[in-house]
Design a protein around this ligand. Structure first.
Ligand SMILES: NC(=O)c1ccc[n+]([C@@H]2O[C@H](COP(=O)([O-])OP(=O)(O)OC[C@H]3O[C@@H](n4cnc5c(N)ncnc54)[C@H](OP(=O)(O)O)[C@@H]3O)[C@@H](O)[C@H]2O)c1
Length: 239
């Protein structure tokens, strides 16, 4: 049976690799992103359907969800470091609030809106996955707080969906190279420091995350739910 898969933020980086993995398995894949040119180009290359959708916009998410009668795999990959609009007239606290809201909107509420809009059509045997971050465990600031809240919410989502045979998990990457996440701000020294923290002595790749998400959507993972799976080469260990 052909599975239907939706990957938010599937036009670049980790989300794109996830979409590619499911497309290679013969799934019918839908990807989203905000920039139409990236969505169109990625959809064409992957043989996927591209939909321009800002995951923080409730109306846009409702329009996206209206296109699905059923869904086997939902992957919330949209997110990244929040960028508040610069406002020279803002007070210090107003600036703090804008930055926190940007991170909460982009990394928590984006997944809350998309998942809430689509959870009723997730088919038995299906799965919802959200991309978290090692930043939820340490040094994360407002970005890490948003990702920590995402994992907390996914735990209760798991309890809600579990009786219907649908799993819900967070995949939490460490440093992943070959993404636009750092927007060109990654220095060689910083990258070497992040790699040195790992036990594997390498950067993660989008494919590392894609394969983990693909596993969570497989028959072998049907009793894994309500979890955060860390994919970071040992840079953060759970014990
Ligand atoms: N790279 C890392 O080291 C790393 C580590 C830990 C966690 N993560 C997480 O991994 C996820 C994917 O990031 P990435 O590293 O692959 O970054 P990326 O290369 O910048 O890709 C992000 C993707 O998400 C889309 N996107 C962002 N905000 C969106 C929104 N509001 N609505 C719809 N699409 C949106 C982007 O397209 P548009 O900008 O055109 O919308 C792009 O397709 C994020 O949740 C990020 O927090 C990344």
């Amino acid at each position: 049976m052909t599975r239907t898969v939706l990957v938010t933020g599937g036009s670049r980086g980790i989300g794109r690799a996830v979409a590619e993995r499911f497309a290679a398995d013969g799934a019918s894949v839908v990807i989203t992103g905000r920039r139409a040119e990236l969505v169109e180009a990625a959809a064409k290359e992957l043989g996927a359907t591209g939909v321009v959708c800002d995951a923080t916009d409730p109306r846009a998410v409702e329009d996206l969800a209206a296109g699905f009668d059923t869904l086997d795999v939902l992957v919330n990959a949209a997110g990244g470091l929040g960028q508040a609009q610069p406002d020279p007239a803002a007070t210090e606290l107003e600036s703090v609030l804008a930055q926190w809201r940007a991170d909460l909107d982009g990394n928590l509420l984006s997944a809350v809106l998309t998942t809430t809009a689509l959870k009723s059509v997730l088919a038995p045997g299906g799965t919802a996955v959200a991309v978290g971050s090692i930043g939820a465990e340490r040094r994360g600031g407002s970005y890490g707080a948003a990702k920590a809240a995402l994992a907390a919410w996914y735990a209760i989502l798991s309890a809600e969906l579990g009786p219907r045979g649908v799993t819900a998990n967070v995949v939490s990457p460490g440093y992943i190279a070959d993404t636009d996440f750092f927007r060109g701000a990654m220095t060689d020294a910083r990258e070497q420091a992040l790699i040195a923290e790992t036990h594997t002595k390498r950067a993660g790749t989008p494919r590392d995350i894609a394969e983990t998400v693909f596993f969570l959507a497989s028959d072998g993972a049907r009793h894994i739910t309500g979890q955060t799976l860390h994919v970071n080469g040992g840079a953060f260990t759970t014990r």
